[in-house]
Design a protein around this ligand. Sequence first.
Ligand code: RIB
Length: 332
Amino acid sequence: MKKVTMMDIAMEANVSKTTVSMVINNRDGNISEETRQKILKIAEKLNYIPNSVARSLSTKKSGTIGIILPDITNPFFSEMARAIEDGANNLGYNVIFCNTDNEESKEEKYTTLLVSKLVDGVIFISGGESSRSIDILKNNNVPFVVVDRPIKNNNDYYGIYCENKDGVKEGIKYLISKNKRKIAFVKGPKELENARERFCGYKEVMEEYKIYDKSLVFNSDFTIEGGITVTEEIIERTPDIEAIFYSNDMMAYGGIKFLIRNGYKIPEDVGVIGFDNIGISKFVEPELTTISQPIYDMGKEACKLLISIINGDNIPENRIYFSTELIIRDTV
Ligand code: RIB
């Protein structure tokens, strides 16, 4: 069964293929309304679908933007993807989602694929260093916006981020206001700049209050399983810990599970704070106190910024930082 073509429509409408092309691509030309309607009716009857690849080649525009996401299983990124898709659709663009599982090789493969598909631009959320992927975009003059995770030479790129350091500082000061002093900090992946910024916020406040103790700093990986494992390590090393600040909500869920399973009361025995405020955090039991990132607003702004770049608009500043917000629930 071959694909319906413009020639099929031309044959049935008894007009030239050029006439069909003018009508399908909405180009002006002295074509009567009667002929236009006849061609459109036949195209609908035959279920004709224009060849978008052919159109991209001729117009050098695909009306599509690509999104590189590091971990679609983490609701932070699916919520971000939702916002980007809404923003793109509102501005007349389609989206292609690429999930890289934080793997550099997959990230480069997908970046290359998006370039080959002639996307008009890319929203890029890094899984690590990403320098090769960024070079692929730059060398092919594909407009892109970095979101959420700053990458090396960050000053050269358009970017949308949250105030990671200030967000953690507010959370730690809140714990201190609740008379928590032995506060452990669980870092995200060391290769991520935003994870490092969050740790800096913790260290600065703990030093300000003269209670910084590097033995209370732990490494993990932004996953629930990582949160469970690291909380076991924290409790083994410091059974009298008073609070734990997790660098994202998913690790905090793991921590809550381990603490409750081992007889700890939250918040009476151990206070818990997360970072992100993804949708589930108000439904877990106890409901998670966390530092909220404006995920939806960041996604929509990233989309708006990218399409402005594609359109050649004047961009006043190339990095936009969104404030975070302390969301007080039941775990502190
Ligand atoms: O939960 C995933 C984390 O990775 C979030 O904190 C977000 O900032 C992303 O970088």
